[in-house]
Design a protein around this ligand. Structure first.
Ligand SMILES: [Zn+2]
Ligand SMILES: [Zn+2]
Length: 255
């Protein structure tokens, strides 16, 4: 139901050219400017309508279907558009909220997109989030958490700075950025941390994949473990090597 003054206006000026001419007179602009302004206004209304479709959809597929049926697009185009809109929606939320500190701060579609991109595994250690067996992990170390690749205060909240890692990797990483060759962890200040989980974490970050032979299995494919290069000496970062599930031996940090 439209408000009464609008109804009266529509009765007085029933056609689009009539409405445009009155808009032009009221706003003191040229006919072209008035038309342009109206189009932009309508476009932004449609844009926000589509955004709310994305934000309220229960999952990515449902969001695609809505966009597809609303705009009569092909499935492919609808998916691309949904992806773009999801990214915009998350940026808008970032602007209005101070920071995305947890996974629940991201729209479902973005969260889903990130997890799909990583095949539902931690990008550092390869822990599978759908894995029911906990091995020796605490439940809070097995669940997905949001990570800022570069700490939030430096890297911000853009999607390119976000990824999903497991609770264990998140607990170990904290606010640290980089580790030196002898196991020193850099952040604001120079801090030396030496425990097996920290060393394993940074070895996996450094190697990024299984280092045995030509294997190169990634965390998207398998769980990663860390062992000593020569099977002897200390577990310090320059004596550590990352191995996949297949190539892991008994001499590993079961991360
Ligand atoms: Zn992990
Ligand atoms: Zn391997």
């Amino acid at each position: 139901m439209l408000p009464a003054p609008i109804v009266t206006l529509l009765q007085l000026y029933p056609s689009i050219p009539d409405l445009l001419s009155i808009l032009q007179r009221w706003s003191d602009r040229s006919a072209d400017d008035a038309e342009q302004e109206l189009k932009e206004h309508l476009a932004s209304r449609i844009f926000f309508l589509l955004l709310s479709d994305i934000e309220t959809a229960p999952n990515f597929t449902a969001a695609c279907r809505r966009i597809e049926s609303r705009l009569g697009l092909s499935a492919n185009t609808a998916e691309q558009l949904t992806e773009e809109l999801s990214i915009i929606a998350s940026r808008l939320r970032t602007l209005s909220s101070v920071r995305a500190s947890g996974l629940s701060d991201l729209p479902y579609t973005v969260r889903r997109k990130l997890l799909d991109r990583q095949a539902h595994r931690c990008v550092v250690c390869g822990w599978h989030f759908r894995n029911q067996a906990l091995h020796n992990r605490q439940p809070q170390h097995a669940s997905p958490t949001l990570d800022h690749i570069v700490p939030y205060r430096i890297g911000g909240d853009g999607l390119s700075n976000l990824r999903i890692i497991c609770g264990l990797c998140n607990a170990v990483k904290g606010d640290r950025m980089h580790i030196g060759e002898r196991g020193r962890v850099w952040s604001d200040n120079f801090i030396f941390l030496h425990n097996l989980k920290v060393v394993a974490f940074w070895a996996m970050v450094r190697d990024g994949r299984c280092e045995v032979g030509g294997c190169a299995a990634t965390p998207e494919q398998t769980r990663l473990f860390v062992s000593r290069r020569l099977g002897k000496g200390q577990f310090v970062i320059d004596n550590c090597i990352t191995r996949c599930e297949l190539h892991a031996s008994a001499d590993v940090i079961d991360y």
